[in-house]
Each structure stands twice: as C-alpha cells, then as structure tokens.
Design a protein around this ligand. Structure first.
Ligand SMILES: NC(=O)c1ccc[n+]([C@@H]2O[C@H](COP(=O)([O-])OP(=O)(O)OC[C@H]3O[C@@H](n4cnc5c(N)ncnc54)[C@H](O)[C@@H]3O)[C@@H](O)[C@H]2O)c1
Length: 252
C-alpha cells in the first residue's frame, strides 16, 4: 500500500503501459482516474478494475484538446476530491518516418499528442500541486528521447521534448514540492508496436539496425513498477531524471 489515500490521473490508461500503471497504483491503494480517447477500451478497463475492487473512474479525453484536459482534472477532483499524481502516458507513433519522408499530418498529430498533451496536462495540474505543496508528474518518454537513431524523426523530436519538459518542470517547481520525472523505455510489449503497417520501410530499417543488441523487450508491468517507485515517497529525492528502462541497451 505504497500509494494509500493518493489519487492518480493516468492518460492513456485504457491500454498498454498506462493500464498496467493504473492497476499497479490501484493495488497499492491509489484511486485511479483513467483518461483515454478510446471509449470502448476505457469502459472495458474501468469495468475490469471495478470488478477487482479498485476505485477507478473513467474520463474520455483527447490529450490534444485543451477543453478535454480541463475536464479530465476538474471531473477527477469532483469525483475523488483531490489529485496527487499525474502520469502523462498517452502517446502515438510516427510510423518510423525518416527525416526526408516526414508527413506534415503525422508531424502535427504526434506533436499535438506526445508533446502538447504533456504540456497541457502539466499546465493544468501544476496550480493544483503548488497550491497543496505536493504532487508528482511522471512522463512517458522513450529511449528515443535519450538517443538519436532508434525511432522516426518526429517521434524522436517529440520524446526529446518530453525529456526537456520533465527537467524544466522539475527545476521550476521543485522548491514548491512538485517532482517531475520521466521513464524512457525501449521496446515494451503492448499494442503500440504490434504492426508495421504503413511504416516508412527505410526509416524502420535504419532505426532497427541495433535491435539485435537489445537483450529483450519489457512487460508493461516492469515499466509500471518504475512508475510506482517514482510516484511514491520512496523516490522523494529524485526530481528531473529521465530514466532509461532498456535492460542496458542504450548503455552499449
Ligand atoms: N510500447 C513501447 O514499446 C513504448 C516504448 C517507449 C515509450 N512508449 C510510450 O509509452 C506510452 C504508452 O504506450 P503504450 O505502448 O502503452 O501504447 P498503447 O497504444 O498500448 O496505449 C496507449 C493508450 O493511449 C491512448 N491514447 C493515444 N492517443 C491519445 C490521445 N490523444 N488522448 C487520449 N488517449 C490517447 C490510446 O487510446 C491507448 O489506450 C506512449 O507515450 C509511448 O510513446 C512506449
């Protein structure tokens, strides 16, 4: 019960890593607000969680919409009375488009969701956290936010932006009791990376040249355990880190 009496909002909480984080938090005593734009998966996950006795609440949210972000926080506060943790997990891929193949629509979508979503969620929650003198933000970056050659141009730029926002927020609001850290996984077994339909095959080939050096992929639960540590007081002295979770892949 490492998160007893805490309330957490998890964007992208209906599937994959976000769902695993929400389940891990709930098992540790947190009340969880799942924010996702896939309405069917959201309803299914909330029902599944409630059947397990978790205190779970669902909000249909597109993190690219300012109005939705406002509603996500306001509805969570109205439902649970407080918010202590925000996990910015919702994210999409860029089909591994190499720089010379970047499609403007994909650039805008990935930037709006992966970068804009983190900014909007943080902008809305920070006044809540500074008013209460405590709060934790956890961002899902990626190993592409630390390295240069393991993703498409847009996704790499977006995750570097997430890493930068993480450090900026930690540095700006740390003295007001806010911690902001990021997790940078390599490959995690979720629906996100199951298909290569529509991929830029040149970008994919270049970005996966070093995959043979990766020991293995991660389970969503292994990433959720890191998010649990970063949300709990056990990590009280950690602020502004972008933590590689890749079994040593990027250390080579
Ligand atoms: N799976 C991996 O290998 C991997 C590796 C590194 C980083 N990540 C990052 O982890 C995060 C989660 O990825 P995942 O693998 O769990 O993906 P996933 O596709 O399994 O789940 C993502 C969830 O986010 C939701 N979502 C997407 N766009 C949204 C939006 N605009 N508004 C609200 N919800 C939205 C989806 O509906 C889905 O439920 C992403 O930010 C991703 O970039 C994933």
């Amino acid at each position: 019960m490492r998160l007893e009496n805490k309330v957490a909002i998890i964007t992208g909480g209906a599937n994959g890593i976000g769902k695993a984080i929400a389940a891990t938090y709930a098992k540790n005593g947190a009340k969880v607000s799942l924010a996702d734009f896939n309405e069917e998966a959201l309803q299914q996950t909330v029902t599944e969680f409630q059947a397990q006795g978790f205190e779970a609440f669902g909000v249909k949210v597109n993190v690219a919409s300012e109005e939705d972000i406002q509603r996500m926080v306001d509805d969570t506060v109205a439902h649970f009375g407080q918010v202590d943790i925000l996990v910015n997990c919702a994210g999409v891929l860029d089909y591994m488009q190499a720089a010379h193949n970047v499609d403007d629509a994909i650039w805008s979508r990935v930037m709006d969701i992966n970068v804009g979503g983190v900014m909007r969620g943080s902008r809305k929650i920070l006044p809540v956290f500074t008013a209460q003198g405590s709060g934790v933000i956890i961002n899902l970056a990626s190993i592409t936010g630390i390295t240069g050659g393991r993703g498409g141009l847009t996704y790499t730029a977006a995750k570097h932006a997430v890493a930068g926002m993480t450090k900026n927020i930690a540095s700006t609001y740390g003295e007001q009791g806010v911690r902001c850290n990021a997790i940078a996984p390599a490959q995690v077994d979720t629906g996100l990376t199951q298909s290569i339909e529509g991929y830029d095959m040149f970008g994919l080939k270049q970005a996966t040249r070093g995959v043979s050096l990766m020991n293995r992929s991660a389970s969503p639960e292994e990433i959720a355990n890191i998010a649990l540590f970063l949300a709990s007081d056990e990590s009280s002295y950690i602020n502004g880190v972008v933590l590689a979770a890749d079994a040593g892949w990027s250390a080579y």
